[in-house]
Design a binder for this molecule. Structure first.
Ligand code: LAN
Length: 729
């Protein structure tokens, strides 16, 4: 029997899980790196008061006065900006919670646990509070995301988190969650990633995990399934997972681990058939069942490759190469990593390889903080290390669309926002980019901040668009010279696929058939890059704006990408007239982008059958009260589904923007949408949170809390510009 000394549980055992004082939480902004701090000491708390943004994130009252009731949509924009300005952070960006997925915090807590990182009582308390608040009220379990039904993935991992941070198994809400897990068949029925994590913890045996062979990384680049061709999130997760799988590494056995072995399963732990449960997965978790090809490959790996052919020399070589790629990922991002999934897994790799106390482990642990967030319900893990660049770009564009950027009232706010984008532009390519399969990124913006450093084409597009717009408005400094704008454009132009349109992080490197190797089970469309209506639109509309200012720069290539994207937009329209959205919910979101693409070349309702069909699609789905309301089910089912809780301001804004862009001839439905947005605005200028807005990989939802400001104000502003004399009452 191994020792029970594990500081992370020791610390949580000592704590009584008392309440934290919500007025002591602070979000620290260090040039766009956002981390949360709890000030236990009174003096420290007095010296560093809570900002308005902190209060807003935590659901505390800002004490904002009531603003004059807007008569016109532009007044509503002004009121919205008055509120939103208060939330701007010192570096010039807007921050937000970026929650939704329920499988991220488990990775972080497991990484802490296995590396024996102490978990302070206030974090443990807030993690517990958050998970309690997010447990499904009917059965006490957790789903893949906050609005989803309970799954084995969500329930087994979050239950384990609670136990590791010191929650007793006999608390009533734990009993309820456990009953749900048992009803679903217990933790043996989890998907691949759950089986992986539980084996790292020693709650499962490694035999239950389908192979994740690092040898795959030795395949020559020309091989069609070579991992460099996979979608970047899949290959980065597979990378670190493969190292740990290859080592079959398990953390120290402790009392709580032994207890979890008794709690997570319906059968006695000692008699579980680990091998036999490898492909056992609960129905509700199995969004993307494994293909026969993957099952065959797994069979071959388990029965032939591993026992007979997996020579020591190959394993060593593969592990060494994977380890080197992990280091390159860590170095390129200063340990922030692509997202918290691979950040947590890389932490484990470094712990296995470099040992406790090593620099790599310490730095990883520091960096995991970048993805944590605190809201009124507790502490959660964000989908990335923030949404800084993305939200800041949309905030700028909302003010521009409203024609308010020249108003001195908003100039300081926008000048600060421009300063942020200036600071966050990526100025150089990755070190040894070709070796670690990274592409050009010079001049780009990422989604969150510069340190993470992953260019995404639409983030580059929105970034450069915002800079061009502001820098060509009187009264703003020229922070980026022409060369830096050209750098961004040069990167943008690397994104066109041979088929014409654009993907997300990289041009597509492999075929859709590779989805047959999707082993994650809980997500769809993850193996390769696809073409996206949203990303493609952002690219061509930004290029159009650029060409207006620099008509002679790379004209032919810009023309080619525009032609390619437009052809893609047209061929991807659904028979009903809408477009499927991959990054927010769902047809409403993508239809807005598609109509923007069409409008950028002058195709609108009156002269384009595509634009007309798109508008008709939206109009047919407008609700009685003038709003739109789409459910996340649309993303899963690939068909328009209404949200049961009625109209949503964010979706209404998307639809209104789409109709205005497409020059929809009848003002009445647009006015009704605008009225709904105005009616939902609070007397202090804010809008309240409604249903979740975003999605990825078809099945997992993610929040974009700033959309209720940026898109509403953009819609109101566009309306005001087009119909300056309209009052909407
Ligand atoms: C994001 C967030 C931003 C999003 C947009 C820029 C909005 C989009 O237009 C392009 C794709 C991108 C960059 C995107 C990709 C997938 C991400 C990174 C996320 C949805 C945030 C979280 C998600 C990531 C995959 C979560 C980890 C899960 C795995 C399956 C590894």
């Amino acid at each position: 029997r191994k020792s029970d000394v594990n500081p992370s549980i020791e610390s949580s055992k000592r704590q009584k899980m008392r309440e934290t004082d919500i007025t002591r939480w602070r979000c620290l902004d260090e040039k766009g790196r956002l981390t949360w701090h709890y000030l236990e000491n009174d003096e420290a708390a007095a010296e560093w008061p809570q900002s308005d943004a902190d209060k807003w994130y935590l659901g505390l009252d800002l004490g904002m006065p009531e603003l004059p009731k807007p008569e016109k949509p532009l007044d509503a924009v002004r009121n919205g900006l008055t509120f939103f300005e208060k939330l701007q952070l010192p570096s010039g960006e807007w921050g937000c919670e970026y929650g939704g997925p329920m499988f991220l915090m488990p990775g972080v807590v497991f990484a802490w646990y296995v590396t024996k990182t102490p978990i302070p009582w206030y974090k443990a308390t807030e993690i517990k509070n958050y998970l309690r608040a997010r447990a499904n009220p009917d059965d006490g379990g957790w789903g893949l995301h906050i609005e989803g039904e309970s799954t084995v993935f969500g329930t087994s991992l979050n239950y384990t988190v609670l136990r590791l941070i010191g929650v007793d198994a006999d608390e009533p809400f734990m009993i309820k969650a456990r009953a749900t897990l048992h009803k679903l068949g217990g933790a043996v029925r989890g998907p691949h990633w759950a089986k992986f994590w539980l084996s790292v913890l020693g709650v499962c045996k490694w035999d239950i995990v389908n192979p994740v062979p690092p040898e795959v990384w030795l395949l020559p680049d020309w091989v069609p399934i070579a991992p460099w061709r996979w979608w970047i999130h899949m290959r980065q997760v597979f990378l670190s997972m493969s190292y740990t799988w290859s080592k079959k590494w398990t953390c120290e056995e402790t009392d709580v681990i032994r207890a979890l072995r008794q709690e997570l399963f319906v059968e006695p732990w000692e008699s579980i058939d680990w091998v036999g449960n490898r492909n056992n997965i609960a129905e509700i978790d199995n969004y993307h069942p494994k293909s026969w090809l993957l099952n065959t490959a797994n069979w071959f790996l388990v029965n032939i490759w591993n026992p007979y052919l997996r020579a020591e020399a190959i394993v060593e070589k593969a592990e060494a190469w994977v380890s080197k790629l992990v280091d390159m990922e860590d170095e390129n991002t200063d340990f922030a990593d692509l997202a918290p999934v691979n950040a947590a897994m890389n932490t484990v790799v470094c712990y296995i390889r470099d040992g406790p106390g090593s620099y790599t482990v310490r730095r990883h642990v520091e960096r995991l903080e970048d993805a944590l967030w605190v809201n009124k319900d507790g502490m959660l893990c964000n989908g990335t290390n923030g949404v800084q660049n993305w939200d800041t770009a949309f905030a700028i564009q909302a003010v521009m669309e409203a024609g308010l950027a020249e108003d001195p009232r908003w100039r300081p706010m926008l000048t600060k926002a421009l300063g942020f984008l200036d600071d966050q532009q990526i100025r150089e390519d990755c070190k040894d980019a070709e070796v670690c399969y990274r592409s050009r990124r010079k001049g780009a913006w990422g989604f969150s901040n510069k340190v993470q450093g992953y260019a995404v084409c639409d983030c580059v597009a929105e970034g450069v668009r915002s800079v061009i717009l502001l820098q060509s408005t009187p009264g703003y400094p020229k922070r980026l010279d022409d060369q830096r704008i050209f750098d961004a454009i040069d990167t943008l132009l690397t994104y066109q696929n041979s088929s014409g349109a654009c993907s997300s992080y990289e041009p597509t490197r492999g075929g859709e058939w590779m989805e047959a190797l999707n082993a994650a089970e809980v997500f769809g469309k993850i193996m390769v890059e696809y073409e996206y209506v949203e990303c493609s639109t952002a690219v061509i509309t930004a290029l159009s704006l650029f060409s207006q200012h620099w008509p002679d720069y790379r004209t032919d290539e810009i023309k080619r990408i525009k032609t390619g994207v437009l052809a893609f937009i047209k061929r991807s329209q659904y028979p009903h007239g809408g477009w499927y959205g991959s990054w927010a919910i769902c047809f409403t979101y993508a239809t807005m982008f598609a109509l923007e693409s069409l409008a950028s070349v002058g195709e609108t309702y009156e002269n384009s059958s595509y634009a007309k069909k798109g508008c008709d699609f939206l109009i047919a789905r407008q609700r009685e009260d003038g709003g739109w309301s789409e459910s996340y089910r649309s993303c899963e089912r690939d068909e328009y589904t209404e949200h049961p809780s009625g109209s949503q301001v964010v979706m209404t804004a998307w639809a209104v923007i789409a109709l205005i862009r497409a020059d929809y001839p009848d003002i009445e439905p647009i006015k009704r949408g605008i009225k709904l947005i105005m009616d939902r605005q609070q007397p202090n200028g804010e809008w309240l949170q409604e249903a979740i807005e975003g999605v990825f990989n078809k099945s997992c939802m993610i929040s974009y809390p700033n959309y209720k400001f940026t898109f509403t104000m953009k819609a109101l502003g566009m309306f005001a510009k087009k119909y300056p004399n309209e009052t909407v009452v």
